[in-house]
Design a protein around this ligand. Structure first.
Ligand SMILES: Cc1cc2nc3c(=O)[nH]c(=O)nc-3n(C[C@H](O)[C@H](O)[C@H](O)COP(=O)(O)OP(=O)(O)OC[C@H]3O[C@@H](n4cnc5c(N)ncnc54)[C@H](O)[C@@H]3O)c2cc1C
Length: 450
């Protein structure tokens, strides 16, 4: 499949604030030695740097934006509960809560009815904080970690190699200077469309994405169920409401691509029409848009082999998946943790680096493989199949299935474990219920609600 690059549209700004001019960082000597060079100072890069710095490594963390407060602009930032342990370990959850973060479960509407968060949950709540607050927080934590040198305004351009093995990075500074950083391990945390992955020549796979995403922050009455986040799976379209800090709500629509013309011609009107049209609609009509609605049109799923000789990828650089299920931030943090834990022994000299990298690749595949397959399968923009409809239906009325389903949807367990927890039996019961309803309705004995 041809390579496709993500295109941000309306308004025409990039993910990073290009205009912000920060005080110029001090140029370092034009070559230096570290244990690890990390390219990309967002969630995945900062988390990797913090954990490796704490493990005793000397880390250079390169971020092309010169602004310590830069943040990813196109993101609805619902962080799944699977990443709560990582946030706690980083020491970030508490500062996030102080910055106004909202702990939030998910309620879902499908044609089978509402799937409310279970009364007794077996997983922690997810968390929601605007990226304009989250990104500076984690970058500040990285910069203050012993052993981590945050280098703002440096854009990595080339990988350095020795006998074919990656051994460093060449980067350009804001003033046009070129620096070379040598290290035993180079980490690409440079997001979707990773240049580092391309330069490393790792295997790349893409899978189609059939939807567009538009969203904006609104101030106004809270949606029903807040602080829970709500998803309306209109099948194949999707609408979401994410209550977040400061009492704001991020409303998003992810319709299939054939709806692009109406969103392009008036994004705000199209978003508000879409959100207001769902069952039990949230109060978007009584709310005020805070900033222009943002959209993303191309969200082709991109997967890279996460390791090469002297090299690893974390976060979106390793796998940029359909944002419909809100997994990217959590997976960025979790993959960072898996990499740091896997290579720390090698960096302290206890084993060859190759062993640590292989361990990371196995952990990455085990942790995300099942989720990735199910996410790619629905990303095409197709409608739900019979099995999926039965699953949602079973979760909507059976408390136990609802609990297991929440553990899966919040990415705490994979699809195999979910199915092993007796969920197929509940799905079977759903099928029986629906068949007996239908036959009762045909024989005219009962009026059947839709
Ligand atoms: C529409 C949309 C909605 C989303 N909603 C959610 C959601 O609700 N929940 C969720 O969990 N995820 C969501 N995501 C996904 C989430 O935004 C990403 O998965 C997450 O930001 C990935 O983090 P990262 O650190 O891997 O990459 P990024 O956050 O993309 O960071 C990459 C960093 O690398 C830097 N960089 C790039 N190239 C270079 C270079 N050459 N040199 C130096 N620095 C470089 C960039 O400036 C940037 O700081 C959404 C995505 C989209 C598109």
């Amino acid at each position: 499949m041809a390579e496709t690059h993500a295109e941000d549209i309306l308004p025409d700004i990039s993910d990073r604030d290009q205009d912000t001019v920060a005080s110029k960082p001090k140029p370092p000597a034009n070559t230096s030695e570290h244990d690890v060079v990390i390219v990309g100072g967002s969630l995945a890069g900062c988390a990797t740097a913090i954990l490796l710095g704490r493990a005793g490594a000397r880390v250079a963390l390169l971020e092309k934006s010169p602004d310590a407060d830069a943040f990813k602009r196109i993101c609805s930032h619902y962080i799944q509960s699977s990443a709560i342990g990582t946030l706690e370990r980083l020491g970030l959850l508490e500062p996030m809560m102080q910055a106004g973060a909202v702990r939030s479960r998910v309620r879902l509407w499908t044609r089978a009815g509402w799937v409310e968060p279970p009364r007794v949950s077996i997983v922690p709540s997810g968390v929601n904080l605007r990226r304009s607050r989250l990104d500076p927080l984690i970058r500040e934590l990285a910069a203050s970690t012993a052993g981590v040198e945050l280098m703002l305004g440096y854009s990595a351009q080339e990988l350095l190699r020795e006998d074919g093995r990656v051994c460093g990075v060449q980067a350009h500074g804001q003033g046009g200077e070129t620096i070379q950083l040598h290290a035993r391990l180079v980490v690409g945390a440079d997001g979707r469309g990773s240049r580092m992955a391309k330069l490393a020549g790792v295997t790349r796979k893409t899978a189609p994405h059939g939807r567009i995403a538009y969203g904006g922050y609104y101030e106004g009455p809270q949606p029903q169920g807040a602080p829970a986040s709500t998803l309306w799976i209109m099948d194949p379209d999707m609408v979401a409401a994410f209550p977040t800090d400061s009492g704001y709500t991020f409303y998003a629509a992810m319709p299939t691509k054939d709806r692009l013309p109406e969103f392009r011609s008036d994004p705000q009107a199209a978003l508000e029409r879409f959100v207001a049209g769902v069952p039990d609609a949230p109060p978007i009509a009584k709310s005020r848009l805070l900033q222009p609605v943002q959209g993303k049109v191309d969200m082709t799923n991109v997967l890279h082999r996460p390791i090469a000789d002297g090299f690893a990828l974390v976060g979106d650089a390793a796998g940029a998946l359909d944002p419909l299920w809100g997994v990217g931030c959590g997976f960025a943090l979790q993959s960072a943790e898996w990499l740091a834990d896997s290579v720390a022994p090698a960096l302290s000299g206890a084993e060859p680096l190759e062993d640590g990298l292989k361990r990371y690749r196995r952990h990455h595949a085990r942790g995300l493989g099942g989720h990735t397959r199910t996410i790619l399968d629905y990303a095409t923009g197709r409608k739900m199949n019979m099995g999926e409809r039965m699953l949602f239906s079973a979760a909507s009325y059976d408390e136990r299935t609802g609990r297991v389903f929440e553990a899966f949807g919040s990415r705490n367990i994979g699809p195999v474990r979910m199915l092993a927890q007796g969920v197929p039996l509940a799905m079977l019961a759903t099928a029986r219920r629906s068949i007996s309803r239908r036959s009762r309705s045909r024989s005219g004995t009962t009026a059947v609600a839709a």
